[in-house]
Design a protein around this ligand. Structure first.
Ligand SMILES: Cc1cc2nc3c(=O)[nH]c(=O)nc-3n(C[C@H](O)[C@H](O)[C@H](O)COP(=O)(O)OP(=O)(O)OC[C@H]3O[C@@H](n4cnc5c(N)ncnc54)[C@H](O)[C@@H]3O)c2cc1C
Length: 327
């Protein structure tokens, strides 16, 4: 019976949080569609990682496993070939792909190859009146579009951190090994080197994110932000202007054209709260804003607001955290 296929691409064997979020989305759809959830587990050296078992633990009955040496970090052509072969085997109605670096390249090409429908960068998935309905941003983040997806298979790429990772729901599952025909020499592109970010805590997985904006006035302002983030055991993010200006790495940018984060605590410093920024952090559990303009839109989404110059607010905050930690 055709159902929902989650493409779980693993770079180093372990199942990513994004893949589990897709499983959560698939289970929510399946609660209405009732056609079953399967997964395409793609990577290399998967046997010993426990990734298939983790999928079973989270309610995925059938895991189609493609274990191939070409399936390494960033090698999207190889992931596309593997995902296509699994989709032709599983014949799903709906395919969920993470809108990450690889998924953004895989989803449109997969939809084309399967002659299906495509919606990219979805932030919500639902079934309404028997139809698959998705939401995504439109008009540069100023509006939310609701789309009814009629074509099949419906290939949907989902923005990481838009959906919650699901609670475990163990099922007795099976693993189907798919012998993917991937010729590494025939791939149009080859990733030769992967440079890892130095940050100790990954931005998208951090429980605390401290972000700086144009209001910090330059790269020096970020030193204070980094110190605060380190005190809180969190990661540093930014709005777009500091990334555009080269004050911080592009990979720190949060928002519509950057990363989406959902930490327990998000601290926005010198950030006005433009819709394009808020799109990437609105799901944070507690939002604290520090801004000298009491009318700044960020206070509209913040749970706690501190009005003032960050240079006067953050140093005593850091001092107080140090004091509390020393106790
Ligand atoms: C298609 C498109 C995509 C975009 N994608 C993104 C995206 O992904 N992410 C993103 O962030 N933006 C994005 N933008 C840009 C977005 O529209 C805003 O321009 C941007 O978010 C503003 O950044 P900011 O809040 O840092 O700067 P500003 O809007 O200039 O705000 C700076 C804030 O700092 C405050 N401030 C100044 N000095 C101090 C001080 N000493 N202490 C405390 N507060 C101070 C000011 O009161 C002000 O509120 C996008 C725009 C477009 C058109």
């Amino acid at each position: 019976m055709p159902g929902i296929l989650v493409v779980a691409a693993t770079a180093e064997g372990a199942l990513s949080r994004s893949s589990l979020e897709l499983v959560g989305g698939a289970r929510a759809l399946d609660a209405s569609l009732g056609s079953g959830v399967s997964a395409a587990l793609l990577g290399h050296g998967l046997g010993s990682t426990g990734a298939a078992e983790a999928l079973h633990q989270h309610g995925v009955a059938t895991v189609y496993r493609v274990d191939h040496p070409a399936l390494t970090a960033g090698q999207s052509d190889a992931y596309l070939a593997a995902a296509e072969q699994v989709a032709r085997t599983a014949k799903p109605d709906v395919v969920l792909v993470g809108a990450d670096t690889v998924g953004r390249e895989v989803a449109p090409r997969l939809a084309h190859r399967l002659a299906g429908a495509l919606v990219t960068e979805c932030t919500e998935l639902a079934v309404e009146g028997g139809a698959v309905v998705v939401r995504r941003q439109a008009y540069g983040g100023r509006a939310l579009a609701t789309l009814v997806v009629r074509g099949r298979p419906a290939v949907l790429s989902v923005k990481p951190r838009s959906l919650d990772a699901p609670e475990p729901a163990p099922v007795a599952g099976s693993v189907v090994d798919v012998d993917a025909q991937i010729d590494p020499n025939a791939l149009p592109t080859r990733v030769r080197e992967v440079l890892r970010e130095k940050s100790e805590v990954g931005l998208e997985d951090a429980q605390v994110v401290v972000s700086g904006g144009r209001g910090l006035g330059g790269p020096d302002g970020f030193k204070m932000i980094e110190e605060l983030a380190a005190m809180l055991g969190g990661a540093v993010g930014s709005s777009r202007p500091p990334a555009d200006a080269g004050w911080v790495p592009i990979s720190w940018q949060i928002g519509q054209t950057g990363k989406t984060v959902r930490p327990a605590l998000y601290v926005a410093v010198g950030i006005s709260g433009a819709t394009q920024h808020v799109a990437g952090m609105a799901g944070s559990r507690t939002i604290v804003a520090i801004n000298r303009d009491p009318e700044a839109p960020i206070f509209g989404v913040a749970h706690l607001g501190l009005v003032g110059d960050y240079r006067e607010i953050i140093p005593p905050l850091i001092a107080r955290i140090k004091e509390l930690k020393a106790r």
